[in-house]
Design a protein around this ligand. Structure first.
Ligand SMILES: C[S@@+](CC[C@H](N)C(=O)[O-])C[C@H]1O[C@@H](n2cnc3c(N)ncnc32)[C@H](O)[C@@H]1O
Ligand code: SF4
Ligand code: SF4
Length: 484
């Protein structure tokens, strides 16, 4: 019997943990001490007996029967999940290859609405990996902004300039080699408009050839049929910004006439080609009333979608773009709608017992602020590495002067960001709204010029969020007949 990994199954070894990711069904699992079992199941089909021989050579004191029994027990669930394929011939395995399609009731791009208990959430592979990376920083994801150039001039955009700077293909390949050697898995291409890069298709291929996952953030205005084919070939995913179902309002945000038509046309072509697509609808003053229509549109296409009211200042601390941001009354209106619609009523978020379970001040202070430089980093079109999307004002090193490896392992600037815990944020630990807030270096820096000085707007938004959740909890207690 032949055996191989499915096309979209990715395996990485981190210390004693083996991480397995099946992209089609967003299946992930973390195994302890499974390195030998998974090491020999490769992308190339091999006879099962050959794989067992290789494993047996690693365990000379264990009988072959025991190894076969353990191997079968280990692989059974992975074969059922479709992340490992078996068959008598290569063609049989190809016929069993799982692929993503919208032509089913529940494509996996739809939001995962499952509500986890605290215990379940703590046992999720993502949480186990988060804990591992906190102890052993590993560059798991890299966002490459391959150009500053853009077809649009969005009102809220945090990018200060749209120069025709393009990261060279050869430099990108050199960086990808380092990334893979460091254990990296996911590459996100962004910009500017990444599809304007003259080597976009070659770059997508180069990422896939290094056995990494590819996703791109794009407005899709220049997404040609050749690009669609390259994305299909590379099993890529994409996220597109769609601001309204009204062409005039969308174009008013992007300040490019005809952009709505271009973007909608590309969404249809990517869907027809079964590229997993997520629609993002950041909310500004001029488009927020229409965000439910964008969400309904996404649902009608069985695509996942998200809205966002967090608009940050520009990367160079210029805040002129913030006049487009929702004011506090509008934010309250949107937050109420989003929270009450999208957070299930039985979620811990509304649980009257939530407050009793919150971290103490000391515990909260010890927590890492976020994944920047812990498991992720970004690269700008100037060649500067920076901590997270939007946070380009704090450079960490430059790809024309140092290798990715040296920067990730040795840069003092990286180590500084990596060491940031909640304790660094001024006045946050004792704040009554801290558990309803996302303390964020980038939001602070772009608006106040200091990554640890909170921006007043976001503090007010956190207070509103807190009020809405408290009100919901009071209503739930009243309904259940318990005095608040
Ligand atoms: C910078 S763009 C790059 C990719 C592509 N050009 C696009 O617009 O989708 C990535 C995402 O950031 C969002 N964005 C831009 N400026 C922002 C800001 N100031 N605050 C929050 N999100 C912003 C965009 O709306 C878009 O969804
Ligand atoms: S948000 Fe994206 S599309 Fe809009 S100007 Fe910025 S980079 Fe360009
Ligand atoms: S609301 Fe303001 S002070 Fe309070 S935790 Fe958030 S950023 Fe810090």
């Amino acid at each position: 019997m032949l055996m191989r990994l499915a096309r979209q199954t990715f395996v990485r070894q981190y210390g004693e943990f083996t991480y397995l990711f099946g992209k089609v069904t967003a299946f992930d699992e973390v195994f302890r001490n499974a390195e030998v079992f998974l090491k020999y199941v490769t992308r190339e089909p091999q006879e099962k007996n050959v794989i067992v021989d290789k494993i047996a050579a690693c365990y000379p004191d264990v009988s072959r029967e025991t190894i076969v029994a353990d191997f079968d027990a280990f692989l059974g669930p992975l074969i059922r999940e479709g992340v490992v394929l078996v068959g008598e011939t290569a063609a049989e395995m190809t016929a069993r290859e799982p692929f993503f399609t919208y032509d089913c009731d529940d494509p996996k791009t739809l939001e995962n609405k499952k509500v986890y208990t605290e215990e379940e959430a703590n046992a999720l592979p993502a949480k186990l990996m988060e804990d591992y990376f906190a102890e052993h920083p590993t560059l798991f994801e890299l966002q490459m902004d391959i150009t500053q150039a853009c077809t649009e001039r969005c009102r809220h955009c945090y990018i200060p300039e749209y120069n025709p700077l393009f990261l060279p293909y050869d430099k990108i390949c050199e960086i990808l080699d380092d990334f893979r050697a460091l254990g990296g898995l996911g590459i996100t291409l962004s910009g500017g408009e990444c599809m304007l890069h003259p080597d976009f298709i070659r770059i997508v291929k180069a990422i896939r050839e290094r056995d990494c996952t590819v996703s791109c953030l794009s407005n899709l205005t220049v997404c040609t049929d050749e690009i669609v084919s390259a994305l299909v070939e590379a099993d890529a995913t994409a996220q597109v910004s769609l601001y309204s179902m009204s062409p005039a309002i969308h174009d008013e945000v992007t300040r490019r006439k005809g952009s709505w038509l271009e973007t909608m046309g590309a969404i249809a072509r990517l869907r027809a080609a079964n590229v997993p697509l997520r629609i993002s609808c950041p909310c500004l003053r001029i488009n927020y009333k229409g965000y439910p229509d964008v969400m309904k549109f996404a649902e009608s296409l069985k695509m996942s979608a998200q809205t966002d009211f967090i608009i940050m200042g520009k990367q160079d601390c210029d805040t002129t773009n913030l006049c487009n941001r929702l004011n506090l009354d509008e934010t309250r209106e949107l937050l109420q709608d989003v929270i009450l619609k999208s957070v299930p009523m039985n979620s811990e978020y509304f649980s009257p017992g939530k407050k009793a379970k919150l971290d103490s001040v000391e515990e909260w202070k010890r927590r890492k602020a976020c994944g920047a430089c812990v498991n992720s980093m970004c690269l700008s079109p100037t060649g500067d590495y920076y901590p997270c999307p939007g946070f380009a004002g704090v450079p960490l090193g430059n790809c024309y002067k140092q290798s990715l490896r040296d920067i990730w392992l040795d840069s003092d600037a990286v180590k500084r960001i990596r060491s940031v815990t909640n304790a660094c944020f001024k006045g946050c630990a004792e704040c009554k709204d801290r558990d309803y807030c996302s303390t964020c270096m980038c939001r602070n820096f772009n608006e106040t010029g200091d990554m640890f000085s909170p921006a007043e707007h976001f503090c007010r938004v956190a207070a509103i969020n807190h009020e809405i959740v408290d009100e919901k909890q009071r209503q739930m207690l009243a309904q259940s007949g318990v005095d608040a």
